[in-house]
Every structure is written in C-alpha cells, then in structure tokens.
Design a protein around this ligand. Structure first.
Ligand code: BGC
Ligand code: BGC
Length: 745
C-alpha cells in the first residue's frame, strides 16, 4: 500500500478536528435572497443570471462556491454556514442506508441546507460513477472502461452513459467524475482498467459517453454533469507509477494524451479534473500552461476545472495545504477544489490569499462564474431536489440488459485451438473452476461499493458461473469447484475463471511480476491434469503476463472486469454471441516489454486490435449501429458506396499540429480502405494512429489499421496523425476513398 494512502488514513482524525473550523461564515444578512432577482429567472440567459448573482456575492460566498467537501465530514449545518458549493462522495462513501432512496434522502438533506443560505445557491453533489453508479448497493455495474474499449462501439458506450446518468439522477447526485480519458501507455499502472485503451483515437472515440451522461445539452431529462479526467498525462507516467511523473515531449503529450480531452470539449463536457501526476516534474495541480493556456485557452474549455482529492496538498511535497499552495492551484486555473476534509481552513486560506493580493478577484470571479454557469445550465436552481422518477431505474432490468450486451461485446477471444469454443449447450458435463467464477466482487474490480472493491457477494448480480448454469440445457451437468479439485476425464470441457482481485489507483500498481498468482496456476494445473480441454477466462484490469502458459490452454478469453452481468460472458462461451471484441491494448509477450504500445516496434503476444470470432458463424450484430469488425486486407467498396470525409486540426502549435480524419460511409459497406488526399502546403505527417499513413511529396495515403478496415453501411472510421507545417496550415480540399471521390463533411 502506498505511503500516500496510509497518510490519508492517519490524516482522518486531524481532518475532523480541523473541519470544525473557526470561520465566521456567510450568515450576514446584507445579501438577502430575492425571489424576483434576475438570477432566479430561468427565462434569462445563463450569462445574465451568472452576472447578476456574482454581483450579489461576498468574497466568503465566492470562496464557499469554490469548495468541495466530503459527505462523511461536512454537516448540513456547515453547508449553510460556509455556503459550500459542492459535496462529494469519495470511493465507497455512502449513507448509512446504502440504497438509491437512502442516497436521495441524503443528497436532498444537503441540498436543503444549501438552499437555506442567504442567496439560496444550490450545491452540486459529485460521485465517481465510473462503471455504473457504483457506490450504490444494487446498482447496475457495467464493465470497466478497458472492456468498453474492447467493444470498439462508441454508440453502445454512449447508451451506457445515458443509463448511468439515469441511475445517478435517481440516487440524487447531478455530477459524475467520469469519464476517465487516460490513454494508458504502461499496463503496470493500477488505473489501466479505467482507460478505454492505449491509443488516442480509441479513447477519443469513447468521449461520446459525455453525451450519454449529460444528454444533448445540460439540463435535459436525467442530465448529469460529466468530468473528463485526469488532465493530463495520467497514463504516461514513467514505469506506470500512479500519480507519478510523465517524462514526455510536448509533441507526444499533444499527439497521444490531448486528443481525448479535445474530443470531450467538443462534446461540451462540463468539468475537467486535474491529474495528481506531474509532467516533466511539474505537478499538474500547479501547471498554469497546461490548464489555463492549453485547456481553457487553446482548446476553448468553458466549463470548470476541479482538483483531485487533496491534490493541492501535494504541490509543496508536505502534508496538508498552505495558503501558498491554495494560491498556486487557483492561479494555475483550478476553479473548484476537492479539499476534501479541511474545508473550514481551506476557505480561510483562499479568502486570506485574495485579501493578501496573492489571487486576484478577477480569477475568483472567473472560477465562480464557471461553476455557477454549470449549475444554471443543469437546472439546479429550478429543480434542486432529486428527481425520484428515476430512483427505480437503479439496478433495473433495462440497464442490466444493456450491461449484459456490453459484456458480450467486450469479450476478446484470443485463442481457440481446435474450435473448442463455442461450447455446446446440451449433453455431458462441464467443469467450472477459478476464484472469479462465482464472485461478483472480483468481476467488478475496484470502485465498486467501496473504493478498492472487494471479493465476494458485494452487490447483487449474475456471476459468470450462474450465467453458465442459466445457459446450458437441463441435460448438461455443471460441476463447480473453486480450486478445481474433483475434476476427472469424464468432463467434456473445463472452464477456469481466474485473474486479478480488486484494487484501485496506486494499490494496483505492479512494479514486479504481472503474471497469474499461484492459486490460479494450481487451479488450472488440476484441470489440465484431467486431460480435458481447458478454457481460460481471464478476469483482469489489464493484459497479464501469460505467454509461458498459453500453450497449455485450449482457449483463452479476455473478459476484463465485466461487472454484475456475468451472463454476457456465458453468452460468448456458448455461442449465443459470436465474439466481436478486439484488444484495446497491445498484449505483452513478457512483463519486461512494458511499456508496449501499438506502433512502437515491439512484438507482443497479441497485437493491438487483435480478436477472434467463431468461424462458420455470422459475426453477431452489435446492439448499436457501429459494430466492430475484423480487418481485411483486400480493399473492396461495394457498388454505390459513397463517403463523406471530415478533416479537422484538433490542435496546433508554432511548428506542429494534430489532424483527425473521419470517414462516414453511406450506401454499401467498405471492406478495407485507402484514403488519399493532398496537402495544399508544406505539411508533413510524422506519425499516425488508427491507420498506416505514408506521404510522397504532398500526396498522402492512409490505409486502415487491422481493426478498423470494415466500415458498415452508415458506419464510420477515423484516424489521426501528427504533422509539421510551415507558414499556414490550410486543410486539404479533396479526398478519395478506394479511388472514389468523397464529399466534404
Ligand atoms: C481519484 C479520482 C476520483 C477522486 C474522488 C481520487 O483519488 O484520483 O479519480 O474522482 O478521488 O473520489
Ligand atoms: C477515497 C477515494 C479517494 C482516495 C484518494 C479514499 O479514501 O475514498 O475516493 O480517491 O482516498 O487516494
């Protein structure tokens, strides 16, 4: 366990004492709330309401709005006294009655306390709904992001965002600290599973989930404010150390780690969380250039920036925060501070820093305006209390069905010797073993009910074993033994469900071995000894170092962290769904290869984008429009297929730029594609992702990657590149797909 965490544990009693504070609070009657004040009028533009409200606020009230406190320490009374703008639940921080209704009651109690302030500004409650409303007992737990990346299906992922937003809304919070848009480059990192994948293109495509959370605009039905995190470079740290340092050139940072945030900004993401990590030795929480200049300036992010959990405390390397650290963080561009415990002394420090001229009033006004704008847009002033019409959706059938579909689409079939899969549903006996076969907690991973997650029956759902039992016919016997004892040669197959047990953040960092534990290896060995075909289903938050054992296994499925709907795994094993999932990460041939990523010249065990289907069966249709597909070398556009190309420069600096190209195919499908275009100026492509790009003079040729070669009718593919330019950077004006001219998007 990291020293950082033990520090949090020790800091607790101290935090409770300090949180009591000695601040005078904001109870002055000078700012009486006027029911007919312009800011209370929903017919006025948000900017007018913000300006009106801001003009009525004292410095103490502004400081309160910039403060986020943890629910376990802040009392409703303190919310009123200090005018605190936001409350959060850290991982696993739940009310005593951990049900959706218990949550709604708690959130509403805090909200009433916020409304009792002189100006009646509602608070915004935030939670880590990172794979479902995962702190709530009985909620639907979706696959973690790494599994969603394997689906290659942004439409499905957006649908998941909508479902999660409904569950969050029904439990009271209006803000989720999701999506994590980390591009995880080193699988040793304990947060690898929070990443959609190792390439900017894949992660950027999944930013569609922002629209799922928020809806088309903030404030619609069950609209939940989204947070793109952790800005920037959390997945780039040396050796994959959580909260570590990313030693990286600006070009690479922009090429690999910035595009997902641009995509989220394009989707109107309301907030962005700063990373604990550093870039070239500079803590992101104090990085003015990357937060203020690049994110708010260049990318045009108009929402608010939130710090991470006690993140400002780390600026000077000493425990706790000082007034200087508060000033440094706010001046770097952080608008809301996740204190999370010592909110009283934080408000004092912030107020004193302003009074002392260390933070300008203009900076405070900008921060508060950004926060208030989102509260107005969300409709919090008009409807501050929980919309309980969504409470019954928490863990409801429709959402569990969607999660099951996501599980099916996230399974990646990596080996299938002698077509041992799919298993027949009827006849004979099937043996099931492994510590994760009958374990919802293991299947769900970290950030489930508690921060670190836990093994066992931590919340209701269908285990993989139950899914298998539900699937086979009555004439088939399923025998289960966790450690594999009792198997003999009378079984037609053995399924071992093994892998990692839950962890979150730095606790999951793996500086050493990345292999299976001795328990799993012993279980698999018992199954092998019986001489029956062995199918290994790996439940893990990342690729593991299994190359030395793969030869002993007949079939191998990467199940990632599927969550509560284990039926989806069984659906694939028994052929109710023909696998379509493809690797979102390159699979190492040995841990010593880390970091290993697509295009770095190393040969892994399985390449990025790899994934098998069952032969002789039509690939299963995906639930949503954009089905994933296996690559095909031969290019053939069926007659009548037409295309539209959108070319975008997503960021640009004095000598370089990032381009993104999206191809939409209307009419017939395309199997294998080559897109050609010419640069009007001196642009030169220097690297690319999701396509192989070559250039001769001004002529550019982009050929599909292994995994995005097939574009369904009405579907799309995209790729990105980094390039240099001289003078002006004018966009190309003509594109041809497999030799046929496309329209411009
Ligand atoms: C994590 C964030 C999370 C926050 C609140 C931090 O430790 O890094 O991802 O949103 O806690 O729980
Ligand atoms: C909280 C998490 C938080 C973590 C910070 C835990 O105590 O529950 O939400 O992310 O501390 O490392």
């Amino acid at each position: 366990m990291s020293t950082l965490m033990s520090r949090f544990r020790l800091a607790w009693p101290l935090a409770l004492v300090l949180a009591a504070g000695t601040l005078a609070g904001i109870t002055s009657a000078t700012n009486a709330q006027a029911a007919d004040a312009p800011y209370q009028d929903p017919t006025l533009p948000v900017s007018t309401r913000v300006d009106d409200l801001l003009a009525r606020m004292s410095l103490a009230e502004k400081a309160g709005q910039m403060t986020q406190a943890e629910r376990s320490v802040v009392s409703p009374a303190d919310l009123t006294t200090y005018g605190i703008g936001s409350v959060l639940s850290g991982g696993g921080s739940a009310p005593a009655t951990n049900t959706a209704t218990g949550w709604a009651d708690m959130v509403d109690t805090f909200q009433r306390a916020a409304l009792a302030t002189p100006l009646g500004i509602p608070m915004l409650y935030g939670v880590d709904a990172v794979h479902g409303d995962n702190n709530v007992y009985g909620s639907t737990i979706f696959p973690h992001n790494i599994g969603l990346g394997a689906t290659r299906n942004p439409t499905l992922v957006q649908d998941i965002g909508r479902a999660v937003a409904e569950e969050v809304t029904g439990a009271g919070p209006r803000w989720t600290f999701a999506p994590c848009l980390a591009v995880a480059r080193n699988d040793r990192w304990g947060r690898t599973y929070e990443s959609f994948g190792e390439t900017p293109d894949l992660v950027s495509s999944m930013a569609d989930i922002v629209t799922g959370f928020q809806g088309p605009t903030l404030g619609g039905a069950a609209s939940v404010l989204a947070t793109a995190k952790h800005y920037i470079g959390d997945g780039a740290t040396t050796d994959g150390v959580d909260q570590g340092d990313a030693q990286i050139t600006e070009e690479e940072l922009r090429a690999i780690h910035l595009p997902p945030f641009q995509a989220a900004v394009n989707r109107g993401v309301g907030s962005i969380m700063v990373s604990f990590s550093s870039v070239n030795g500079v803590k992101m929480h104090g990085n003015t250039y990357l937060i203020t200049d690049v994110l708010k300036g260049e990318l045009g992010f108009a929402g608010f920036v939130v710090s991470d959990w006690a993140g400002i405390d780390q600026l000077d390397g000493l425990p706790g925060f000082t007034q200087a650290e508060v000033a440094a963080a706010v001046n770097a561009g952080i608008d809301m501070i996740m204190v999370p415990y010592e909110y009283g002394s934080f408000i004092t420090a912030l107020t004193d820093a302003v009074t002392a001229g260390q933070i300008s009033m203009a900076r405070v006004d900008d921060a508060v305006s950004r926060i208030l704008a989102k509260k107005f847009e969300l409709g919090l002033f008009e409807e501050p209390l929980t919309d309980r019409s969504y409470t019954a959706t928490v863990g409801g059938t429709a959402h569990r069905d969607l999660a099951r579909q996501a599980v099916r689409e996230s399974q990646v079939l990596l080996k299938n010797e002698g077509d041992v899969l799919p298993l027949a549903k009827s006849g004979g006996k099937v043996f099931v073993a492994g510590k994760s076969a009958d374990d919802i907690g293991n299947a769900s991973g970290g950030w489930t009910i508690s921060w670190q997650g836990d093994s066992g029956n931590i919340t209701p759902g269908t285990t993989i074993l139950e899914g298998i039992r539900n699937t086979v016919g009555s004439a088939t016997t399923v025998t289960y033994s966790e450690d594999g004892t009792g198997i003999d040669s009378s079984y037609r197959a053995a399924i071992a469900v093994v892998g990692e047990t839950p962890y979150a953040e730095g606790v999951g960092d793996l500086p050493g071995s990345m292999g299976l534990d001795t328990t799993d290896l012993a279980t698999i060995a018992r199954l092998r000894a019986a001489g029956v075909p062995v199918i290994v289903v790996l439940v893990s938050g990342r690729p593991m170092d299994i190359a030395a054992h793969l030869g002993d296994w007949d079939a191998f499925v990467a199940a990632w962290l599927p969550g509560t709907e284990g039926q989806g795994v069984a659906d694939v094993l028994f052929g109710d769904y023909n696998p379509t999932g493809t690797l979102p990460m390159t699979w190492m041939a040995s841990a010593s290869q880390q970091p290993i990523n697509d295009g770095d010249g190393q040969t892994g065990l399985f390449p990025y984008g790899y994934g098998l289907s069952y032969p002789g069966i039509e690939p299963s249709a995906s639930a949503s429009a954009s089905a994933s597909a296996s690559g095909s070398a031969s290019a053939s556009a069926s007659a009548g297929s037409t295309c539209t190309v959108t070319y975008q420069v997503t960021s640009q600096w004095s000598t370089g730029f990032i381009g993104e190209v999206a191809i939409v195919v209307t009419g017939g499908p395309v199997s294998g594609w080559t897109l050609t275009f010419a640069f009007p100026g001196s642009q030169q492509v220097t690297s690319a992702w999701s396509a192989v790009v070559t250039q001769s003079g001004t002529a550019v040729t982009a050929t599909n990657a292994a995994w995005n070669g097939t574009i369904a009718a009405g579907g799309s593919a995209s790729f990105g590149f980094q390039g240099t330019y001289d003078g002006t950077n004018t966009a190309p004006t003509a594109f041809a797909l497999n030799g046929t001219a496309c329209a411009l998007g």
